[in-house]
Design a protein around this ligand. Structure first.
Ligand SMILES: N[C@@H](CCC(=O)N[C@@H](CS)C(=O)NCC(=O)O)C(=O)O
Length: 249
C-alpha cells in the first residue's frame, strides 16, 4: 500500500506524529505537499483536497492520510488506522483503546503547547498576543506540563510488561509521538525541561530508545526531517520561559 500524507510542507507540526510512524515502519509514502508543484503534488494538491466539494468525507484540517479510496483525518485517528497496518499497535482491543486514549492525551498536550504562543487565536500574530502568551506559558510550565509529564511517567511505571514502552512489550505509535513531544519541548522550553527531566527518568529513557531506533535515526538525519522553526507547534521564544512576575495583592 502506498500512503499519501497531506500536511503543510514547511513545519513538523502535527504531521510529524504521522511521519514518525511511517518512517519507523519504512512504509511507502509520499509527503504530498512537499513534492514539486503539479497535479499530484505540492500545496495546490493539498488545498484542492480540502476544498473539493466532491469529497464526501472531507478532512477539516491537515494532517490527513489518503490510502487507496480512504481519506482519514485527525492525527490520532490517522494513527489508529495506521497502527495495525504498520505493526505499531497492540493486538488486543483493550490495548488498542488504551493506546488511542494515550494518543488523544498527547493531542490535548499538543493543543496546550500550541496555546502557549497563540492563546487568543491562531489567526493573530504571536506579537499581537504576547502578553497573554506570557501568562499562558507561565501557567502551562508551572502547572500543566508537570501534570502531563507526571501522567506519562506513571503510565510507563505502571505498564506491567516493564519494557520501557507505554503499551505492552513492544514499541508502538504512541511511543513515537511521546518521543516527538520530548524533542519539541526541549526545543521550545529548554530551561523548564532541564529542570523537569530528572523527575521523569522513564520518559527520558523512552525518548532515548526511540532516538536510537535505526529507522528513526536515519529519518532524523535525513532532509525529510524538517528542522524545528518558529512557524510550528513547538516554538522557542525565550521570553516565554522568563520567571513569572509575582502577582500583587
Ligand atoms: N485535532 C486535529 C487538529 C488539526 C489542526 O489543527 N491542524 C492545523 C495544523 S497542525 C491546521 O492546519 N489547522 C487549520 C484549521 O484549523 O483551520 C488533529 O489532531 O489533527
Amino acid at each position: 500500500m502506498r500512503y499519501e500524507l497531506y500536511y503543510w510542507p514547511e513545519i513538523q507540526g502535527r504531521g510529524e506524529f504521522v511521519r514518525l510512524a511511517l518512517e519507523e515502519a519504512r512504509a511507502d509514502y509520499a509527503d504530498v505537499a512537499r513534492l514539486p508543484e503539479g497535479r499530484a503534488g505540492g500545496m495546490r494538491a493539498l488545498l484542492r483536497f480540502l476544498g473539493d466539494p466532491k469529497v464526501a468525507r472531507p478532512p477539516f484540517a491537515p494532517p490527513f492520510l489518503v490510502a487507496g479510496r480512504r481519506i482519514v483525518g485527525q492525527t490520532a485517528n490517522v494513527l489508529l488506522f495506521l497502527g495495525p497496518r504498520l505493526g505499531l499497535a497492540p493486538r488486543a482491543e483493550a490495548d488498542r483503546l488504551w493506546a488511542h486514549q494515550l494518543q488523544l492525551t498527547v493531542a490535548d498536550l499538543v493543543e496546550e503547547i500550541h496555546d502557549t504562543h497563540h492563546p487568543i487565536a491562531g489567526s493573530l500574530y504571536y506579537e499581537d498576543q504576547k502578553r497573554e502568551a506570557k501568562r499562558t506559558a507561565a501557567l502551562f510550565l508551572a502547572e500543566r506540563l508537570p501534570r502531563f509529564l507526571g501522567y506519562f511517567e506513571r503510565v510507563l511505571e505502571n505498564n506491567p510488561r516493564h519494557g520501557g514502552w507505554l503499551v505492552g512489550a513492544r514499541l508502538g505509535y504512541v511511543d513515537l509521538s511521546l518521543f516527538q513531544v520530548v524533542e519539541g519541548l526541549r526545543y521550545a522550553f529548554p530551561k523548564s525541561m532541564a529542570r523537569l527531566e530528572g523527575r521523569h527518568p522513564k520518559l527520558v529513557a523512552l525518548h532515548d530508545r526511540v532516538a536510537l531506533r535505526p529507522n528513526v535515526a536515519a529519518y532524523l538525519a535525513s532532509e525529510r526531517r524538517i528542522p524545528f522553526n518558529q512557524q510550528g507547534i513547538f516554538r522557542h521564544y525565550p521570553e516565554l520561559e522568563a520567571p513569572a512576575r509575582r502577582a500583587r495583592g
